[in-house]
Design a protein around this ligand. Sequence first.
Ligand code: SAH
Ligand code: SF4
Ligand code: F3S
Length: 474
Amino acid sequence: MERKNILPSAEELKRQQGFIDLMRAENERFEAEQGRKKKMLIVTFGCQMNAHDSEKLLGMLTEMGYTKADNEEDADFIIYNTCCVRENAENKVYGNLGYLKHIKAEKPDLKIALCGCMMQQPTVLETIRKKYKHVDIVFGTFNLYKLPELMYMNIESGSPVFDIWKEHGEIVEDLPAIRKYKFKASVNIMFGCNNFCSYCIVPYVRGRERSRTPEDILKEVKALAADGVKEVTLLGQNVNSYGRGLEKEVTFAQLLRMVNEVEGIERIRFMTSHPKDLSDELIKAMAECDKVCKHIHLPVQAGNNEILRQMNRHYTKESYLETVAKIRQAMPECAITTDIMVGFPGEGDAEVADTVDVIKKARYSGAFTFIYSKRTGTPAAVMENQVSEEQAKRSFNAVLEAVNPIIYELNHEKVGKTYNVLAEDVSSSDPEFVTGRLDDNTLVHFKSDRDVIGTMVQVKITDNKTFYLIGERI
Ligand code: SAH
Ligand code: SF4
Ligand code: F3S
């Protein structure tokens, strides 16, 4: 099936609401017979985009009357929201699916659904059809909102339902979503990506870039504020190109200023910024908007100009460092974090030395480092000079050796100072501690009752543990 949605957003939503009602009736019948509610498990792989999609899945499933299961064995409905950015993300899904086969053998009523980026690849679909016949429902990134309809179709037909679109339809607004945290939320501002970095699968599985209108975004942010949200994270693969192609073009900087006006919102974050599109206007807006956190995630990927060219990144080491300098000049307290990829075709020790040089000059507060993973269908996959595993590991270590001491030093400067912290959760390592974040996104653990969670508190930093800080409430 490759039908795009032809109904306008509001009508499509109403249609799905009809299926939610049918599923709820079905689940109520089950509860009356069995004396318990049906349980669901959503397992999410990949980035914040996927995590936010899972909040929408949870919203829809909750409206259908499901409650949460603790684990696979306990669930009546399992959905894997998949990622394919690197091979190991895919392998995990296949591994888990193998395991589910055994559970389903003992519990034939168990329903298994797959969605997300991995499902947008025809070879994956083929493998699932052939080898994983115990899967009941498969859909992709463009039709997430159809979950209720697909679940109902699966029950009615008694056979597997595959519904993957090759491209996006109209953006369906106002899906119910259930947030993990009451006080913070993610908001999609755009979908897809047009950049086609030569190693990356995302543009193929998430489609072309499209922005939501500022009106729709502001409506959502205001509703979130009214619901107790203090921190919003604006999500897009490249937020710096937000607004292109909208009927009334608007820049990301302008959007930030609008969100900054929303009453009740105290912190605004955003992800991710592509260095090639980071404008002076954005730096100015960040510096001037009091609610916009002084943190920018600016993936560099590599420091060598030839590698950057081969990656199709459209910036150079020099222009990247110039952007960093501008950010530092406008906002000396701004944290800059990054993504680094090692082992890209053609990258040897000499090239990695350039990456290390950028790390030392940019002074990152945090970095996610990845080993290049060949993605079939991307231009880099057919480049001739693929790098050995040994070389990639050596590069990986060189990067970590450069990154970690700088993170330590930057955090060390914070010891003895007091910061505004949004208390977020009970610490996973010690229930007497609460975990929160500084404005610049640094994690801090401090001793406190859990009733501070969701509020802003003042914390004095007492110790530096490299990847997080220890502090005390004052
Ligand atoms: N849109 C974001 C990145 C999304 S993917 C951006 O452009 O910054 C997140 C990170 O995964 C990327 O920054 C990159 O470092 C890494 N990544 C993407 N494709 C990869 C691949 N084929 N192998 C290894 N890492 C990859
Ligand atoms: Fe992938 Fe590049 Fe798009 Fe980021 S900007 S999602 S790395 S293609
Ligand atoms: Fe995100 Fe993975 Fe898809 S990184 S966009 S979930 S391929």
